[in-house]
Design a protein around this ligand. Structure first.
Ligand code: MG
Length: 288
């Protein structure tokens, strides 16, 4: 009897844990809903339809910092940019923008776990992420239109210590893993590994803020389009702002969205969650 009770309690607890896991609904939505699929396809379809026009707008950048460095605004004509004669590029995030890592989230739900650097790095090393709907066609189209595709990801470089191995370990095995995963997912091989920029590849890039990495890109490229699932993929120094500030930011810059900026939907994780930290989550629920 005692054993039966223990088993029942265990079963109840385990299933309870799984049902109540923070990302259960969000992960199921990503993995099973035609609505998620449709939304991603829609975002990439619109972006694809804008490729040739934005490529030819040689005086306009999507990147606020690139514009500002020339005394201009993103999405507005900037004669100094046209004279700089930079190559047109689309800058895409990786996770939940071109690669779908929901299987990792599903494992966390099944195991009752939370995101951890170690389990995430194991997942990255599996190279098993699948393409986000619409991403393959978009990247292929960008290449055909003569637009460079550059990936900026917050996958972080860190040495993997294997027993018995010396200090000659690869400083960033996550980079080759990601390059391989992109290929197994069906994306075209990169002309140069410089077109994939990870967090921490250089000491000054060891931050989740992508500003410094976009500035590096802007030295050689005109950033004609930005695509990501997080506000931080589109602009600098906003992802750590409050719920209200983030909303205000999007309102102020809404004319860039669907034109120069493209936002994928990620209900599972992101800087939107961090904006809730420090408060009672229920306190953010709006009831009227
Ligand atoms: Mg992402």
């Amino acid at each position: 009897m005692k054993t039966v009770l223990m088993l029942l309690t265990c079963f109840t607890l385990v299933s309870g844990c799984a049902v109540q896991h923070d990302s259960m609904n969000a992960t199921l939505w990503v993995q099973t809903s035609a609505e998620y699929q449709g939304n991603s396809e829609m975002v990439f379809n619109v972006a694809e339809s804008r490729l040739s026009q934005l490529r030819d707008k040689q005086d306009v950048t999507a990147d606020m910092d690139q514009a500002k460095s020339l005394g201009c605004a993103a999405g507005a004509s900037c004669p100094a940019l046209a004279s700089a004669d930079l190559m047109p590029a689309v800058v895409l995030d990786i996770d939940e923008t071109v690669l779908d890592n929901s299987a990792y989230q599903a494992r966390l739900i099944k195991n009752g776990g939370q995101w951890q650097p170690g389990s995430w790095d194991d997942w990255v090393s599996e190279k098993a992420a699948i393409p986000v709907p619409g991403a393959l066609a978009f990247v292929e189209r960008a290449r055909l239109e003569g637009v460079s595709v550059i990936y900026v990801t917050n996958r972080r470089c860190s040495v993997r210590q294997s027993p018995g191995e010396s200090s000659t370990n690869d400083p960033c095995p996550q980079k080759s893993d990601t390059l391989e995963n992109l290929i197994t997912a069906g994306f075209p091989p990169l002309a140069s590994s410089d077109l994939l920029i990870l967090r921490g590849e250089r000491p000054e890039w060891d931050t989740s803020e992508k500003q410094a990495r976009r500035q590096h890109i802007a030295e050689r490229y005109r950033i004609m389009m930005l695509i990501g699932d997080d506000l931080g993929d589109l602009a600098s120094n906003i992802k750590k702002s409050s719920v209200e500030e983030r909303a205000q930011f999007v309102s102020t810059h809404q004319s860039l969205l669907g034109e120069y900026w493209y936002q994928l939907t990620n209900p599972t994780y992101g800087s939107w969650q961090r904006a809730l930290d420090g408060g009672q989550r229920e306190g953010f629920l709006r009831v009227n």
